[in-house]
Structures are given as structure tokens and as C-alpha cells.
Design a protein around this ligand. Structure first.
Ligand code: GLC
Length: 416
């Protein structure tokens, strides 16, 4: 793996996850009963007969799907640097033109088009890196694919692995151009040998294709946190937090628990400051449309991200961490710069315990110079204070850059 590949991932910070499959048609409900779990697991949790579930493919006619618009918005409006698409989720259905299994979007649906090809072309058009989610162990359609909440002891996983998994992963890495990462998920009871075979297959076909942390047996090229979990402290390794905008990955018509733009921005900045990437999900409906609430939140966050790119992308972990809780701001950094992301209206930004020699303060969005003072308080704390002109004092959506003589932040610990 080239260092420049790892550096790309380290700098990327923000990606779009797209969960779209036959489960999107059911939208979190089966025969009038709502699932209280993630909607893409509905076959498993509601024990839908496989033959009945397969019939969903006949309904898949997403006339509102617009790959070009989704990718354009992700890149240009939302500020995302890569995209990960579910090519085969645990349901076993291929959302691409698979020659290995006819249970796929081209052969088995009235839509009849290669969704992944549409996304690939849009990614090439807008300069978006493309990653592929592939469920390498669970397959609820194949009798020998693993299934959570079931007895897998009688399954001939090796047959499934040799006849479906490896040839599908091979065709994905052969037919769809440069793939930045493979997002393997839920390795279940796969052995080290099987996992190593899969990792070698990927790197044999595309040596610079990163493997997610859920590849298993420590063979991933980066760490993947639990769903919607992020480490509490900065972490120098490559890592990514997969996250939802509400509480489900696949679309559910019953899940309206949307995060606010401020929730999402704070998560993005926390993950950025801790050295990770935020892989944030949308779940298109069965008709291919993207829930309007998702778009509204991502548009709002995107206005901030695109106005403050340098304060997010390519930044380093804030390590040591700033020793004080701030409810009005979060910090990010790069050499010789500390960024203060102001998320509550203030007359000025005051940081105690910063002993850096600050040479200048500017507004990131337009480069305007701001008045800054570096003093000692009467209590004996180092204090940096940036004064805001009238037009900034009522705002809660801008970033200030402190330029420092020192390459790294010099924070004075509260104790010890
Ligand atoms: C969990 C779920 C899966 C989802 C993934 C996203 O592994 O099983 O449905 O795709 O999280 O992180």
C-alpha cells in the first residue's frame, strides 16, 4: 500500500455511505408490521421467507433514481471526498450487473440497468472516489451464506465463498475501474485463511484498494468503529466512523429521528479532530429518491464544510487535546494553525490554556484579518482572545484560524 494512498484516506475526513437494495422497497415494514430494527435487516428480523423476499426484485423500478445528481451534490454541495455504495448487502441481491448470480439488478428487475455503472460514471464525472460495500459472509439468499441469529454449523460456507463471494469481488474489482476501498462488513465465523484469501484477492487485483476494518482478523487497512460510535480520544491510525442520519441504514418510512445540521457538524468536527473519517449514510427509497430530510441536513452542513474546507480536510488530530470543554466551539488543526469552529453566537472567541505565540487571526471563509490578543489573565492562565466584528457576533457557523509560530498546539493542562 503506497503511503500516498493512506494519506489520501487520512485527509479525506468526510464520505457518503449509500444503502440501497430490495429492503428499500419494504421501507421498514412487512405485512403491516413495522420493524423496530435497522430496515436493511428486515428479512432477518421478521423471518421473511426467501422465496417471498425474492419477489421484491420484480417491483424494483426506481424511476426517481438519479446517480448524477446524488454524486454531484455529494461532491459539490456536501463537500464529501468519497462514496461507498452497497453492491451486495446481507440480503444477497447484487445492485450491479453480476455475471456470477442472476439475482441482480440488471437480470431480475424491471429497471434492468446497472446501478453501480451509473454511480461509477457519475463519480468519474465529478471526481469522486468510489468505494464498494460488500457483505462477505452473510447472505440470506444463499443456503450456504452465513445468517445472523441462525445455526450456521451445517452450512458449506466454503462453497458459497468460492462460488459467489470471490468471483463477485473479482468482477467488482475488474469491471468498475479504480475502487478506493472495499467496505467488507460482519465477517461472522470466517476463518483467518478465508479472510486472507479475500484480502489477497482484492490487493492482487487493485493493490491500492483499502480494506475496511470489518474485513476481519485484523486484515483491514484501517479501523472501522462501531455503527455511530467514535473514539473519545485522538487516534493516529487510519480510522472511519460509519454513521446514520436517523437510526437506520436502509430507508424506513417510519424513522423520522433525523439529526440536526448542528448535530452532524459537531460529529464531523469531533471525528476530524480525532483523526478519523465520517462516513455518513443516506438510504434512498425504493423509487430511488433520497429522503428530503437527509438532503436538507446535508445541504446545511455542506454550506459550512465547503466554506471552511482548509479547517477540515487534510488536518491532523488535535493531540494533545485541548484541556477544556467548550460548548460553543470545537477545534481542529494543521501545522502552525489552530482552527476555532464557532458554533454558538459570541462577541469574541476566548481560549484559556493556549500558550502558543499567535501571529495572526483570520476568518477562514474569506481570509479577513481579525483582532487577536494573547495575554495572561489575572488568575494566571494564558488567554487567547479573538474579537469579532459586528457582522460575526450573531453568527454560529464560522471558523477562525489562529496562525502560530509553533508547528503544534501548546496547550497548558488544567492539572498536573
Ligand atoms: C451493520 C449492519 C449493516 C450496515 C452496517 C453499516 O454492520 O449489519 O446493515 O450496513 O452496520 O455500518
Amino acid at each position: 500500500m503506497r503511503e500516498e494512498t493512506r494519506q489520501w484516506f487520512r485527509d479525506a475526513k468526510y464520505g457518503l455511505f449509500i444503502h440501497w437494495g430490495l429492503y428499500s422497497i419494504l421501507a421498514g415494514e412487512y405485512r403491516g408490521v413495522k420493524t423496530d430494527k435497522v430496515a436493511e435487516w428486515i428479512l432477518n428480523y421478521m423471518d421473511i421467507p426467501v422465496e417471498e423476499y425474492r419477489e421484491l426484485a420484480r417491483q424494483f423500478a426506481p424511476d426517481h433514481f438519479n446517480a448524477d445528481e446524488i454524486v454531484r451534490k455529494a461532491k459539490e454541495d456536501w463537500g464529501m471526498q468519497y462514496l461507498v455504495f452497497t453492491t451486495k448487502h446481507h440480503e444477497g441481491f447484487a445492485m450491479y450487473d453480476s455475471k456470477v448470480s442472476d439475482y441482480n439488478v440488471v437480470k431480475a428487475t424491471p429497471y434492468g440497468k446497472d446501478v453501480l455503472r451509473e454511480i461509477r460514471e457519475a463519480c468519474d464525472k465529478y471526481g469522486m472516489k468510489l468505494g464498494l460495500y460488500y457483505s462477505q459472509a452473510q447472505d440470506w439468499d444463499d443456503p450456504d451464506g452465513y445468517r445472523n441469529h441462525a445455526d450456521n454449523s451445517k452450512k458449506n460456507f466454503r462453497r458459497y465463498f468460492d462460488e459467489k463471494v470471490k468471483p463477485q469481488v473479482a468482477e467488482l474489482l475488474t469491471n468498475y475501474g479504480e475502487i478506493c476501498l472495499i467496505w467488507f462488513d460482519t465477517p461472522m465465523e470466517m476463518t483467518y485463511e478465508e479472510t486472507k484469501e479475500l484480502a489477497d484477492l482484492v490487493h492482487g487485483l487493485q493493490p491500492e484498494c483499502l480494506l475496511s476494518g470489518r474485513t476481519g482478523h485484523g486484515l483491514g487497512d484501517y479501523r472501522t468503529s462501531g455503527d455511530n460510535f467514535l473514539p473519545a480520544l485522538p487516534c493516529g491510525e487510519l480510522w472511519e466512523a460509519p454513521a446514520t442520519l436517523n437510526d437506520t441504514w436502509g430507508y424506513s418510512k417510519h424513522d423520522h429521528n433525523w439529526k440536526s445540521p448542528e448535530d452532524v457538524l459537531r460529529l464531523l468536527l469531533r471525528i476530524t479532530a480525532r483523526g478519523g473519517n465520517y462516513l455518513l449514510n443516506i438510504g434512498p427509497r425504493g423509487d430511488g429518491s433520497v429522503p428530503e430530510e437527509s438532503v436538507a441536513v446535508l445541504d446545511a452542513v455542506g454550506r459550512y464544510v465547503t466554506a471552511n474546507r482548509e479547517a477540515i480536510f487534510g488536518t491532523q488530530p488535535v493531540d494533545p487535546i485541548y484541556p477544556y470543554e467548550l460548548d460553543w466551539a470545537l477545534l481542529t488543526r494543521r501545522p502552525h494553525k489552530i482552527y476555532i469552529h464557532v458554533l454558538r453566537p459570541r462577541k469574541h472567541a476566548t481560549l484559556l490554556g493556549v500558550a502558543n505565540h499567535v501571529t495572526r487571526a483570520t476568518l477562514v471563509e474569506d481570509g479577513r484579518e481579525l483582532e487577536v490578543s494573547c495575554t495572561m489573565t489575572t488568575e494566571g492562565d494564558s488567554r487567547v482572545r479573538v474579537f469579532f466584528p459586528e457582522d460575526l457576533t450573531g453568527r454560529a457557523d464560522f471558523a477562525v484560524c489562529l496562525e502560530t509560530e509553533e508547528a503544534d498546539p501548546v496547550f497548558e493542562p488544567f492539572a498536573g
